[in-house]
Design a protein around this ligand. Structure first.
Ligand code: PMT
Length: 425
């Protein structure tokens, strides 16, 4: 564990020959446990491919302000709110000038205006450009505006000139970032320097399958691996929420900072959820709960009968955990949790999801097309559509296919933002 563990770094890269050094910096940050999201200007992409950063950070690279797909994943405002620190390395003379005049013509400059996180700039350019009075005036202006400038290194430049203007080595930039977090910690006495969306909220999440026993050795279940629910729990904890995970039997490690209650059957899952109902602000039902269980569970292993080719099992309906949690409370002073369901469907996915949203009295539902084996049960990736409901209005947002971790972060950010909007009404 380092002081950078779980810190959220937005790494901006603008167009200079030193852009390659940022790839090394991204690697160092990831190795230190930081979460890194990269934003590249158009110029930067002429020097390094976005794919390099995507491979190093495990996250899609953000390149455009008006990219509907990127906005659907993690929109620019969410990205601006997400960051604990924005580091732009290299920062070109042109980017300095645009930041100094408060321009927002591309994604990176927009993020700098929209974010409350500290912004550190590592200028890198030809030594004469660095010394030019216009650049020096911009450096001064930027400092007055609250940006932190990392002095460029001196030495031989890519163009053959000698002087100040080189981007410091990745290790130096890394120490700079490490020191910034150390200093923030000492100053505030808090482990996290900036406020997170989930702070002060209690979130309960169900995950995985349930197993409904038939006899001591057999059960009814499904293919849920728990990956989606665990990714949501990790993302909610990263946002500072107090997270209770109610998990069916899966083979996954409990994410850091998450409290987990292990259950087997739907009845046990309902019991665990109901115990938390009055202390839950947001309830997210991601578990694939068996809709039916055996009416009677055999005490001993059921024996195969030589003269019996068929076995008829009588099943009875399980309680609906989500609908129970979402039921309006009789006592007006005790509000029900804000409830989010998942709808795993193989056909008419969006229609069925919206039907469940209304029928189960939910605030939001995530529609998951499980007919596609690359998304849904057991897969590492997912692609979903989020429906939110306020008054009689239903809003639809499609989230592009990505790892369950990235999707979990995007969903949690969107749900927390929607929850806060509703609370403010
Ligand atoms: O676990 P993974 O392998 O990562 O797969 C993820 C997933 C496909 C399981 C997940 O993304 C998902 O879609 N979960 C919901 C699965 C499901 O049971 O959907 P449903 O449409 O049958 O149920 C609708 C909602 O009611 C769900 O929120 C479910 O948790 C809830 N429910 C259903 C039945 C029941 N008895 N109690 C419930 O709470």
């Amino acid at each position: 564990m380092t002081g950078l563990n779980k810190k959220r770094l937005l790494l901006g890269v603008s167009g200079g020959i030193a852009a390659y050094k940022s790839a090394f910096l991204a690697r160092l940050l990831i190795k230190a446990g930081a979460q890194v999201r990269v934003v590249m200007t158009q110029g930067a992409q002429a020097f390094v491919q976005p794919l390099t950063f995507q491979a190093l950070t495990g996250n899609p690279v953000h390149t455009g302000l008006l990219d509907p797909e990127a906005e659907a994943g993690m929109g620019h405002i969410e990205l601006a709110r997400w960051a604990d620190l924005i580091m732009i390395a290299p920062t070109t003379a042109d980017l300095m000038a645009r930041l100094a005049t408060g321009q927002a013509g591309d994604l990176l400059t927009t993020l700098c205006l929209a974010s409350k996180a500290p912004v550190h700039l590592a200028p890198a350019m030809n030594q004469a450009m660095w010394q030019h009075p216009a650049t020096q005036r911009n450096a001064q202006l930027l400092t007055e505006l609250g940006y932190t400038l990392i002095p460029p290194a001196e030495g031989e430049q890519a163009c053959g000139d000698i002087g100040a203007g080189r981007l410091p080595e990745p290790e130096e930039l890394f120490s700079w970032i490490e020191n910034f977090f150390k200093a923030s910690f000492l100053e505030s006495g808090q482990p996290e320097p900036t406020k997170k969306l989930g702070e002060g909220l209690r979130i309960t999440i169900t995950a995985g399958p349930t197993q409904e026993p038939l006899d001591p050795v057999r059960y009814l279940s499904n293919h849920s691996s728990g990956k989606m629910g665990y990714a949501l729990a990790a993302a909610a904890a990263e946002q500072g929420a107090e997270v209770q995970l109610i998990s069916g039997p899966v083979n996954l490690a409990v994410p850091t900072g998450v409290n987990c209650t292990q259950v087997i059957t739907a009845a046990q899952m309902l019991d665990a959820c109901e115990k938390l109902r009055s202390t839950t602000d947001i309830f997210i039902a991601c578990a694939a709960v068996a809709d039916y269980r055996a009416e009677a569970v055999a005490d001993q292993k059921m024996k195969k009968q030589a003269n019996q080719d068929e076995l008829i099992l009588k099943l009875v309906k399980n309680p609906d955990i989500l609908a129970t949690m979402a039921k309006a409370t009789v006592d007006k002073h005790k509000s029900r949790p804000f409830c989010v369901g998942f709808a795993a469907e193989t056909q008419q996915v969006e229609d069925y999801a919206q039907d469940k949203l209304v029928r189960k009295n939910l605030d939001a539902i995530v529609a998951n097309d499980v007919s596609d084996s690359s998304i849904g049960f057991g897969s590492d990736e997912n692609r979903v559509t989020l429906f939110t409901r306020s008054d009689q209005q239903i809003n639809r947002q499609a989230l592009p296919q990505s790892s369950k971790q990235v999707l979990g972060q995007a969903l949690i950010a969107k749900l927390l933002a929607f929850y806060k909007e509703q609370q403010a009404l």
